[in-house]
Design a protein around this ligand. Structure first.
Ligand SMILES: Cc1ncc(C[n+]2csc(CCOP(=O)(O)OP(=O)(O)O)c2C)c(N)n1
Ligand SMILES: [Mg+2]
Length: 321
C-alpha cells in the first residue's frame, strides 16, 4: 500500500507516544508511586495503534487491561490519565479505577469489566444501538488470547453474526494468559481468527509487531464491517514483553525467546528504521519528539501528584445500587 508522508508521521507519533507512556507507567510503578497495578503493554503497541488508525469519529471502543495508555490516542488528556493512575480526583473515574479503567465515554470508550470476556456483550449492545440509529460507525472490541476462550465471547459473537451487527472483534495474541502459554490453553494456532468461521465471519491475521501490516489488515476488516455485511475478526500476533503484571518475574517462560522478540521484533524501532531510510523522518526529529513528549508527561505527572487524592469516604460514590 502507498502511504502519504503525513499519515506515516502520524502513525509513528501515536506509536511512539503509547510506547513512551507505557514505559513511564511501569517506571512510576517501580518507583512505588502507583497505588494500584500496572499491566504493561510495552512491545504490543503496534497491534492497537495499527487497528485504531482505521477509526472514525463516532466509533466505540472496548479496550482491555493492556496497554493502559491507549486513551491518549483517543483524546483523553495526559493529566487526567495520570490522575486516574495515581488515584486522584482529577482522574477520569475520580481515581476509583486506576490503570484498568482509563478512558472517557466522551471519546467513545465504553469502560472495561475486570471480569474478562463480559465486555463482549456490551460491545454487541453498542453495535445494536449503532445499527438501530443507522449510523455509519463500528465498535472495536479488543480482547487477549486468553480471554478469547471465554463463553460470553462466543454468545456475543454468535448474536453479532446472526444480526449482522457492526463489530470488529480484535484479538491481540501475545501468547500468554498470565503464565499459561496459548499453545497449552488454546486448541488452534490463531486464537480467535481460526474460530471465526464457526460464526461465518471473515478473519485476518496480522504480524502484530508491524504497525503498517496491522493497519492494512484492520482497514480491510473494518471496511467490511462498515459496509454493513456484519462482524469480522482481526488477530494480531505479538509477544508480551513484560510479566503479566509489574513484579511478575516470568519464571514460567524461556528468557531467551523473550529476548529475541524484544531485540528483533520491536515495533517502534523497526518502524523508525524504515521511516528514516525512506526519508519520512530524521533521527534528530525522533529525538526531539521523544524529549518533547517526555516533558509533556513529566508536567502531567507533576500536576497529577499535586492534585487531591480520593478519600476513603468517597469510594462508594457513583455506585449503582
Ligand atoms: C473471567 C476472568 N477470569 C480470570 C481473570 C483473571 N485474569 C486477569 S488478566 C488474565 C489473563 C488474560 O489473558 P489475555 O486475555 O491473553 O490478556 P493479556 O493479559 O495477555 O493481555 C486473567 C486470567 C479475570 N480478570 N476475569
Ligand atoms: Mg494474552
Amino acid at each position: 500500500m502507498a502511504y502519504e508522508k503525513e499519515f506515516l508521521r502520524q502513525i509513528h507519533r501515536d506509536l511512539l507516544e503509547i510506547r513512551l507512556l507505557e514505559e513511564k507507567m511501569k517506571d512510576l510503578y517501580a518507583q512505588g508511586r502507583v497505588p494500584g497495578h500496572v499491566h504493561s503493554g510495552v512491545g504490543q503497541e503496534a497491534a492497537y495503534v495499527g487497528t485504531l488508525s482505521t477509526r472514525r469519529a463516532g466509533d466505540y471502543y472496548k479496550l482491555t487491561h493492556r496497554p493502559t495508555a491507549l486513551p491518549r490516542m483517543l483524546g483523553t488528556p495526559l493529566e487526567m490519565m495520570f490522575g486516574e493512575l495515581l488515584a486522584k480526583k482529577t482522574g477520569n473515574s475520580g481515581g476509583r479505577g486506576g490503570s484498568l479503567h482509563m478512558g472517557e465515554l466522551r471519546t467513545g470508550v465504553l469502560g472495561m469489566s475486570g471480569t474478562l470476556g463480559c465486555d463482549t456483550g456490551v460491545a454487541v449492545g453498542a453495535a445494536l444501538t449503532l445499527d438501530m440509529e443507522g449510523r455509519d460507525n463500528i465498535v472495536y472490541m479488543f480482547m487477549g488470547d486468553g480471554t478469547s476462550s471465554r463463553g460470553p465471547v462466543y454468545e456475543a459473537m454468535n448474536l453479532a453474526a446472526v444480526w449482522k451487527l457492526p463489530v470488529l472483534f480484535v484479538c491481540e495474541n501475545n501468547q500468554f494468559a498470565i503464565s499459561t502459554p496459548a499453545s497449552v490453553g488454546i486448541p488452534v494456532e490463531n486464537a480467535l481468527a481460526d474460530r471465526a468461521a464457526g460464526y461465518g465471519m471473515p478473519a485476518k491475521v496480522a504480524d502484530g509487531t508491524d504497525v503498517l501490516a496491522v493497519y492494512e489488515a484492520a482497514l480491510e476488516m473494518s471496511e467490511y464491517v462498515r459496509s454493513g455485511k456484519g462482524p469480522a475478526v482481526l488477530e494480531c500476533r505479538d509477544y508480551r514483553w513484560r510479566g503479566h503484571f509489574e513484579g511478575d518475574q516470568c519464571a514460567y517462560r524461556d528468557a531467551a525467546v523473550a529476548k529475541e522478540w524484544m531485540e528483533n521484533r520491536d515495533c517502534v524501532k523497526n518502524l523508525e528504521t524504515r521511516l528514516v531510510a525512506e526519508g519520512v523522518l530524521t533521527a534528530a526529529e525522533i529525538e526531539d519528539m521523544r524529549a518533547a513528549f517526555d516533558g509533556e508527561m513529566e508536567s502531567a505527572i507533576a500536576a497529577a501528584e499535586a492534585a487531591p487524592s480520593i478519600t476513603p469516604d468517597e469510594i462508594y460514590d457513583c455506585l449503582y445500587v
